[in-house]
Design a protein around this ligand. Structure first.
Ligand code: KG4
Ligand code: ZN
Length: 335
């Protein structure tokens, strides 16, 4: 089965082709350079950039996969959650292509797509996760912990009560003047070698880490950082504070994931979303889980927004819908 995936939930315009669970091509165009100038995403601007990129990106991915439209079995597209203007571009494009090429459309939930990064096959020998699994989704707008029973059934164990993990990285980076997107900026500055040589003068809270539920809260961290930056920081202090922000966020994410693994008998742990690219998070999860349960860490290029995860998600879930029923769902959650 050959699926074309289209993903336009935010500021990336992405298309990919998979043949069953093998990726043949994946292209991503990003308007992040423009967002950088403003220190964040302006939804109207992101949608305008989507219009510019959508056709060239789809053409590129079809040509790189060395297929022609007649080989495509179905078109998958992100239905939500995301920015309404951006989602419309992908969905309307998918509908037009489905009408012209006479192909079914498979709408997919972008949050679940992030987890399907773990099911991408890049070579034949590669092991894939077995279910049930604990799934941690950590993106710019969402932090969700799931019990995934099978490809059609899952249970939401907990989510953030306020800011998402990625949002916390972005907002704290802004307070430290580190630019956008904040996660990679904080990760980079945290790798400065003085961290290993000197004692960190900052200690931030680990919100809800001791609570037995699976919910998260990150807005308090941002407030704690705001209080600290009210006094002007020198570069060394900035580095230490950035490092402590990363430590605080990742400590909570790891603790809750481990609690979920202790409560539920699972065969794998899978993670996805932009924050899943974070080096500290990946390292801590590896250390905390050890050899007890197989841990899957997707390739970094499949953590942030892309369409490879969109078509793989459609391949495993495969729920085609008539085109006239497919509407953008900006607030789509996991059910
Ligand atoms: O999944 P994603 O690309 O888009 C959404 O669906 O939201 O996630 C974007 C988020 C941003 O908040 C960004 O700062 C964060 O992922 N992010 C990271 C890293 N790379 C991206 N956070 C921490 N460390 C990273 N290396
Ligand atoms: Zn995303």
């Amino acid at each position: 089965m050959i699926i074309l995936g289209i993903e336009t939930s935010c500021d990336e315009t992405a298309a990919a082709i998979c043949q069953n669970n093998l990726i043949l091509s994946s292209s991503v165009a990003s308007s992040v350079k423009i967002q950088k100038q403003y220190g964040g995403i302006i939804p109207e601007q992101a949608a305008r950039e989507q219009i510019k990129f959508i056709t060239p990106v789809i053409e590129k991915t079809i040509s790189e996969a060395k297929i022609s439209p007649k080989d495509i079995s179905a078109i998958s597209v992100t239905q939500g959650p995301g920015l309404i203007g951006s989602l419309i571009i992908g969905i309307e494009t998918a509908k037009v292509l489905s009408l012209v090429w006479k192909k079914p459309i498979i709408p997919v939930n972008h949050l679940l797509s992030h987890l399907y990064a773990n099911f991408i096959k890049t070579d034949k020998k590669q092991r894939l996760p077995t279910l049930p699994a604990i799934g941690l989704i950590v993106s710019g707008g969402h932090t969700e912990l799931l019990l995934i029973q099978n490809h059609h059934k899952r249970q939401l164990l907990g989510s953030t009560r306020d800011d998402a993990a990625g949002e916390c990285f972005d907002k704290c980076a802004r307070l430290l003047d580190l630019g956008y997107p904040g996660g990679p900026a904080i990760e980079k500055i945290s790798q400065t070698s003085i961290i290993n040589r000197l004692k960190n003068p900052f200690k931030l809270p680990r919100p809800m880490i001791k609570e037995t539920n699976f919910d998260f809260s990150f807005s308090g961290l941002k407030t704690a950082v705001l209080k600290i930056v009210q006094n002007k920081l020198n570069l060394k202090e900035k580095i230490f504070l950035a490092y402590e922000i990363q430590q605080a966020i990742t400590d909570v994410l790891v603790a809750k994931t481990i609690n979920a693994c202790q409560k539920y008998q699972v065969k794998s742990v899978i993670i996805g979303g932009g924050v899943a690219a974070n080096f500290a998070l990946r390292k801590k999860l590896k250390l905390a889980i050890g050899l007890r349960i197989p841990l899957f860490l997707p390739e970094k290029k499949y953590c942030t927004d892309n369409a490879a995860t969109t078509c793989i998600s459609a391949y495993y879930q495969n729920h085609p819908q008539p085109w006239y029923k497919i509407k953008p769902l900006p607030g789509l959650l996991i059910n």
